[in-house]
Design a protein around this ligand. Structure first.
Ligand SMILES: *Cc1c(COP(=O)(O)O)cnc(C)c1O
Length: 455
């Protein structure tokens, strides 16, 4: 059975980008062997959460003989049990009854609102302002050294991950999007903030932009002396390696990367890889070679996701493969507190155990990876381990990055809780009354940190 994606070209060469969306979902899930009622439930979930996949992922990455259990299938296809049963049934009933778009959207929006669409105060906590007046759209400046930039044209992806923490911006509510076409404002902001040494282009996926667009964002930054690195956060190597090999602007893109390197800055290519199978096709290996040949450094990162990569052998294999291809393992993230988190969450204790087992088995060259790391409102919190202090079982944690730089690199503790899956599930330990980023209770209390002057 074959499903025809949205495109003018024939699928033969597999080179031109073609997308599959919800209207192809029933055929694709049938190919995965799902029964009619399961397919309807999946469509109901896809009414709430975004779905998009492309011909490369469908033809080259998914093992259809293993679907629906194949990890790459699970990476991109919604699952019937990702949302509460009653929500799925309600929307499935609307779909069966042929409800119109408006009615479906209304029901979908109600469910979306229950899924914490904007975790970590993204919409209001980190957006800088011009001379303390209006906010500069499309910029987040949370940590001193690094500014995040969301180019307007880069706010979609070659395919959508089911676990995406930015899912809310792909479901069609324009207000939820970070966006900026204001290149000058961004450049001016970086120029006037000498503490900013690194700009991170993110999205969506900035590599969705053609070279002609992305160069307009990157080139002006090359003039700024204090800027040390330009980062591009992208899943294009995993989802569309053609971007660097056979796309019409592949060579120009690589020349742009070379230009960044020649300007004396680090081009840090932050590649999102979720599973070792993404590295199997020869095409992605060729893409990695080509990107590295520009002098760019490829660093790899992904969240740990239940049912997709929640075992040590998967991470070990992934880090080994990345190392072999000259890429540098960077972060293992904990799935964020948004969207179908209940479905994907791996408890911190288990995530730590998986991390440690995989870390133990790779050479020091791959131990550049940090994690499991929670990117939360106060900062990036790393679970360093589980131990017992004065008879109390605790998590040992530290901030890799923090909104308050004073907190970076200082160990703190939380009560051990085998079910805790996010920072806000944790409770202070060892007599502390509150966590270091929290406001002390009435009358003082202890945040558990040692006064640094007494170290
Ligand atoms: C992770 C992150 C960064 C970059 O942090 P590094 O530790 O330098 O990789 C910057 N801004 C935000 C909001 C982040 O989540």
């Amino acid at each position: 059975m074959s499903v025809t994606p949205d495109a003018a070209q024939s699928p033969s060469a597999g080179r031109r980008f073609r997308a599959y969306t919800t209207k192809h979902l029933d055929e694709l899930t049938a190919r995965a062997g799902l029964a009619a009622d399961e397919r309807l439930a999946v469509r109901a979930v896809a009414t709430v959460l975004p779905f998009r996949v492309n011909s490369y992922v469908v033809d080259e990455l998914i093992d259809w003989d293993a679907a629906p259990d194949d990890p790459i299938y699970k990476l991109v296809f919604p699952q019937a049990d990702m949302l509460p049963q009653e929500d799925v049934s309600r929307i499935a009933d609307l779909l069966s009854a042929g409800a119109d778009r408006k009615e479906l959207n209304q029901a979908a929006n109600q469910v979306r609102a229950t899924l914490n669409p904007h975790p970590a105060g993204q919409m209001d906590l980190n957006v800088p302002t011009k001379g303390n007046e209006e906010p500069i759209p499309g910029i987040q400046h949370k940590y001193n050294e690094t500014v995040l930039f969301f180019p307007k044209q880069g706010q979609t992806c070659h395919a959508y991950c089911t676990y995406c923490f930015r899912w809310a911006q792909f479901v069609g509510d324009a207000d939820l999007k970070f966006a900026s076409s204001e290149i000058d404002q961004m450049v001016e902001y970086v120029r006037s903030h000498p503490e900013v040494t690194s700009v991170l282009f993110t999205g969506g996926d900035p590599m969705i932009m053609g070279e002609g667009v992305i160069s307009k964002y990157i080139e002006p930054l090359l003039e700024i002396d204090h800027l040390e690195a330009i980062r591009i956060g992208t899943k294009a190597l995993g989802y569309w390696p053609q971007r660097f090999v056979t796309d019409p602007d592949a060579d120009d893109t690589l020349r742009l990367f070379e230009k960044v390197v020649e300007s004396g800055k680090n081009l840090a290519f932050m590649a999102h890889f979720s599973h070792p199978n993404e590295m199997a096709p020869e095409l992605v290996q060729e893409a990695v070679r080509r990107v590295r040949n520009t002098g760019a450094v490829i660093r790899t990162q992904a969240p740990m996701i239940r049912t997709i990569n929640d075992d040590a052998a998967t991470w070990e294999s992934m880090w080994r493969t990345h190392l072999r291809h000259g890429m540098v393992p960077y972060y293992m993230f904990v799935e964020r507190d948004t969207g179908p988190q209940d479905y994907f969450a791996v408890p911190l204790a288990e995530a730590y155990d998986i991390f440690r087992t995989a870390y133990q088995n790779v050479s020091g060259l791959a131990r550049t990876v940090r994690g499991p790391s929670m990117s939360a409102t106060p900062g990036k919190v790393c679970v360093d381990g589980v131990t017992e202090i004065a008879g109390e079982k605790v998590f040992v944690l530290h901030f890799i990055q923090a909104r308050d730089p004073e907190l970076v690199g200082r160990p703190f503790f939380a009560k051990y809780d085998e079910k805790a899956a996010w920072l806000f599930d944790l409770k202070p330990a060892l007599g502390a009354t509150h966590f270091p980023w929290e406001v002390p209770p009435e009358g003082g209390g202890s945040n558990g940190l040692i006064d640094p002057t007494r170290l």
